[in-house]
Ligand binder design. Structure first.
Ligand SMILES: CC(C)(COP(=O)(O)OP(=O)(O)OC[C@H]1O[C@@H](n2cnc3c(N)ncnc32)[C@H](O)[C@@H]1OP(=O)(O)O)[C@@H](O)C(=O)NCCC(=O)NCCS
Length: 210
């Protein structure tokens, strides 16, 4: 456990140009504090001390605004920047050298049991506010844009943006048409349109019956 402490601090310097001194990182970086609390809670959870592990995780959440379930497995050199609002679910697995920004949820859809949270590969960046929901994998070296909602597997070396998230770049090459930012997919509007169409159809059937 203690071998990680040094690399957790050095990871901040690699990822955050604003970090000035080790003292500052150790005492003021909530992402680092949440990871340290998890490094205590996770072994307790694995030994069956579920309630104590949960208490540590919840105290950490109160102090940092970051909720990491003690069952989640996290790799080396995870960097959680700013952190507030981050939620990492029980069956989530995170590889090495991952960067997570504030407001990210690595959660379930509510439909699955057992393994229901994502598996994040190595060297993945998950932008602020992104939601990654379900028990699929996000491949190594992929990036998820801010505020994306990802519901499906992401291959390696991809960039995913939008809601629902779709791959716009793979191995450095653009995928599909250029993204039209005035026409981002909006599933709520699409649902209302489908309902309107159905109501119109029912109305005309009623008119015919009269
Ligand atoms: C996705 C991201 C990692 C960039 O990855 P990239 O592989 O370099 O992708 P690009 O910048 O080439 O963008 C690819 C396309 O997606 C679009 N795009 C990028 N991020 C987007 C987002 N969050 N939402 C919607 N579209 C986005 C780009 O405009 C571009 O569209 P185009 O091809 O039509 O021009 C970056 O945009 C991002 O969101 N980073 C997170 C940073 C963050 O959360 N910072 C918080 C600091 S406090």
């Amino acid at each position: 456990m203690f071998r990680h402490f040094r690399s957790d601090v050095l990871t901040v310097f690699e990822n955050d140009p604003a970090a000035r001194s080790r003292f500052e990182v150790i005492f003021t970086y909530s992402g680092v504090h949440a990871i340290w609390a998890h490094r205590i809670a996770h072994p307790l959870y694995r030994r069956g001390w579920f309630t104590l592990a949960r208490v540590i995780s919840q105290v950490s959440r109160f102090m940092t605004g970051i909720e990491i379930h003690p069952g989640a497995r996290i790799g080396d050199r995870l960097f959680i920047d700013h952190g507030m609002g981050v939620v990492i679910g029980e069956t989530c697995e995170i590889g090495d050298d991952v960067v997570i920004y504030q407001g990210v949820t690595l959660g379930g859809t509510g439909k699955e049991k057992g393994k229901r949270h994502p598996t994040i590969g190595n060297n993945v960046v998950i932008g602020s506010g992104a939601k990654v929901l379900g028990s699929f994998a996000v491949g190594d070296n992929s990036s998820i844009g801010s505020n994306s909602v990802v519901l499906r597997e992401v291959p390696e070396n991809c960039t995913v943006v939008g809601n629902p998230g779709r791959v716009v770049r793979r191995n450095g090459e653009r995928v599909g048409d250029r993204l039209d930012h005035t026409q981002l997919p909006d599933p709520v509007i699409e649902m209302f349109r489908a309902m309107q169409k159905e109501i119109d159809g029912l109305r005309s059937e009623l008119d015919e019956m009269k």
